[in-house]
Design a protein around this ligand. Structure first.
Ligand code: ADP
Ligand code: F6P
Length: 458
């Protein structure tokens, strides 16, 4: 059997005690733990100068080869081109894009450096799976170094419409680079379609049939592989952790009050301001909810040296304080707002304790929190998911209450409806969503992608 080599910018520290917030790290940790393989990428640390020899490590059956980033590369590749250019544009937010020429230079430089470090580690029977927007040029870079093995790419974030993409400096080059893979995987049909449209309009690619694209003298496959969760593991974890001391303390503190929960990286794509304003609208428009509802919003800091992220954090703190100040009482604060990461067990227990999961991104590739929330519910008495129709997960979770994440009043009405939903309807919706989540569980995602990559057309 061939060895799986995974390359991603974000690689969790195999010996770290901190839980990793972020869909990619969570999904891949599970996938690699099941099958073993080599995980290559950034170790999350900074170095004085660029380092091109990876540090090798091993844990839980996974081999790790990781590098630090130099301060310049961290600023211009990670914060710059990856997260101040590609991230906002791919999330349809041109207003948040901030471009400098040195960002695209650093993007090229780091991909070149990573390819130098990865190419010597690749063995003849390996299959290479590159993840996410930081490393789009990796197939071309590896091919230029003589790597002939199959190389697939999976995009965890949305793919924007062409009219949005074409505002991004360097988009043609990235499309050309994506066409160098053997297989390109997307979260939803929408994303795949947007890629095909952009590749044909910007770099002359030809969509031969659905899922087969010709570019210059070669063909590549495209496919849709929605990232899933480990349904059995999470259901079990949430059952067990409902009795954990931290979750018990939370439940004791809540008493008879209804818990509404949100868990996200602190990112402007997650719709957090609109979400807090929706809670305010709920208290304003549905006064019987006052004193009886608690919103717990966990927002772990992310990319905090980018000004959009730092500014958002300030605004959210102001908003949470304002709502608590306006509506709170001596024994009740409507919003609990926490900026930290939690162990997975605590999160699953928290989801299970909640009556409503509020997942309202303005755009999201998939959103694993939505899937984790549904999986963690007690099937006999499940909570209700309120989900943005602009999250990739909405394509599968049609039995959530779907909302427009910009429409604060509609979100407030959805929370109210979720809290009032009768048990038979909650169970029916939960059952149907669980069926979908089992069909597309995390092992299915990985297997379908790797099967298609093995089967690729030359
Ligand atoms: P993204 O990849 O954009 O961060 P997802 O919802 O797809 O969004 O994935 C986030 C992942 O990170 C989920 O598995 C979630 O449980 C985890 N996560 C998010 N916030 C926290 C937190 N504060 N503590 C621990 N894990 C978190
Ligand atoms: O899933 C989207 C994603 O961007 C992942 O690629 C990334 O690992 C995660 O969110 C967290 O972001 P970062 O790696 O910048 O901390």
């Amino acid at each position: 059997m061939s060895r799986l080599v995974v390359a991603s910018n974000r690689v969790p520290n195999p010996r770290g005690s901190q839980p990793q917030a972020g869909g990619l790290a969570v999904a891949l940790s599970g996938a690699l733990r099941r099958n073993g393989g080599l995980w290559f990428g950034w170790n999350g640390q900074l170095s004085q100068t660029a380092v091109s020899r990876p540090r090798m490590d091993q844990a839980e059956g996974i081999d790790y080869a990781t590098l630090p980033l130099s301060k310049d590369d961290y600023d211009d590749f990670y914060l710059g081109y990856s997260n101040a250019v590609i991230w906002p544009v791919f999330h349809f937010n041109l207003g948040a894009m901030s471009y400098e020429r040195r960002y695209s230079e650093a993007y090229a430089r780091v991909n070149d450096l990573f390819a130098d470090a990865l190419a010597p580690l690749v063995e003849p029977d390996d299959v290479i799976w590159v993840h996410d927007y930081h490393l789009m040029p990796m197939a071309r870079e590896l091919r230029e170094r003589g790597v002939r093995q199959r190389i697939g790419f999976f995009l965890h974030i949305p793919f924007p419409d062409y009219d949005v993409l074409r505002a991004m400096p360097g988009h043609r080059r990235l499309l050309e680079d994506l066409c160098r893979y053997d297989l390109l995987g997307f979260q939803t049909e929408n994303d795949r379609h947007a890629f095909e449209e952009s590749a044909s309009r910007a770099v002359g690619a030809l969509v031969e049939t659905s899922g087969v694209v010709r570019h210059r003298n070669r063909r590549l496959r495209t496919g849709v592989y929605p990232v899933g969760v480990d349904v059995d593991e999470l259901a079990d974890l949430s059952r067990r952790t409902l009795t954990a001391p931290r979750v018990r303390r939370l439940l004791d503190g809540l008493g008879e009050r209804d818990l509404v929960v949100g868990v996200d990286r602190l990112d402007y794509s997650k719709g957090l301001e609109q979400r807090l304003r929706a809670v305010e609208a709920l208290l304003q428009d549905y006064p019987h909810r006052r004193g009886h509802t608690v919103m717990m919003q966990i927002a772990s800091p992310s990319r905090s040296s980018i000004s959009e992220y730092a500014d958002l954090r300030q605004r959210l703190e102001g908003l949470a304080g304002h709502i608590n100040g306006s509506y709170g009482d001596l024994d009740w604060a409507p919003i609990h707002y926490l900026n930290r990461t939690f162990a997975r067990g605590s999160l699953m227990g928290l989801y299970r304790a909640a009556r409503v999961g509020l997942v309202t991104p303005l755009r999201d590739g998939m959103n694993l929190v939505a899937k984790e929330f549904v999986t963690s519910q007690d099937p006999d008495n499940p909570g209700v998911l309120v989900l943005s129709e602009l999250a990739g997960a909405a394509a599968e979770l049609e039995d959530a209450i779907l909302v427009n994440p910009y429409d604060v009043d509609a979100i407030a009405a959805a929370i109210n409806a979720a809290l009032a939903m009768p048990l038979p309807e909650r169970r029916r919706r939960h059952q149907r969503m669980m069926n979908r989540l089992r069909e597309n569980a995390i092992d299915v995602w990985e297997k379908r992608f790797l099967d298609d990559l093995h089967w690729h057309i030359a």
